[in-house]
Write a protein that binds this ligand. Structure first.
Ligand SMILES: Cc1cc2nc3c(=O)[nH]c(=O)nc-3n(C[C@H](O)[C@H](O)[C@H](O)COP(=O)(O)O)c2cc1C
Length: 167
């Protein structure tokens, strides 16, 4: 079963996070998962995917304009309706808007007819509330991408398990 992780990334953090999610997904038997930059997608693979997870850096606590345009312009063509949807974000500051980014991506996914899943409380700890967020290493000494890797891998694993269960 195919799963797609789609991201926008200018300096590599969100790309790295997408690859961690793919790593977790492919731990699950019968899953073929791939990550795609929104500017270089495999349309057929995404159309055939039962689940799509979309990630964005926080830009003034919002998704990037490119991710917004991508979902608006391609949700129908890529057959988002009926797929399982998820979202993730990276940011520079602990309170830099990652959850807001995720929530707005999930909203756009639902408008496209997707079923949205985060795992949340149902999966126990780590309790990933809306989707995983990583704070990068640029500013805060106590933060850094690597500190968040496990959450992204676990999220990918849980998302893939749910797709197998549903489909
Ligand atoms: C135009 C712009 C706006 C940004 N706004 C925020 C913000 O509101 N909050 C935040 O924490 N980080 C902000 N950042 C930092 C990015 O979210 C952060 O560096 C992210 O990890 C970059 O992802 P990328 O490496 O995948 O491009 C902003 C970056 C840019 C370029």
């Amino acid at each position: 079963m195919k799963l797609a992780v789609i991201y926008d990334s200018k300096t590599g953090n969100t790309k790295m996070a997408a690859e961690w999610i793919v790593e977790g997904m492919t731990e699950v038997t019968d899953i073929e998962a791939k990550a795609f930059d929104i500017h270089d997608i495999d349309e057929q693979f995404i159309q055939e995917s039962k689940g799509v997870v979309i990630g964005s850096p926080s830009y003034v606590a919002l998704m990037t304009p490119d991710i917004h345009s991508f979902i608006m312009g391609n949700g129908g063509k890529l057959g988002f309706g009926g797929k399982l949807g998820g979202a993730f974000a990276t940011e520079q500051y602990t309170h830099g808007g990652g959850d807001t980014v995720i929530q707005s991506i999930l909203t756009m996914e639902m408008v496209n007819g997707m079923m949205c899943y985060s795992g949340g409380n149902s999966c126990g700890k780590p309790c990933i509330h809306l989707g995983p967020v990583a704070v990068n290493d640029n500013i805060e000494k106590h933060n850094g991408m690597d500190k968040y890797k496990d959450n992204f891998v676990i999220y990918g694993h849980r998302f893939a398990q749910k797709v197998i269960e549903i489909f």
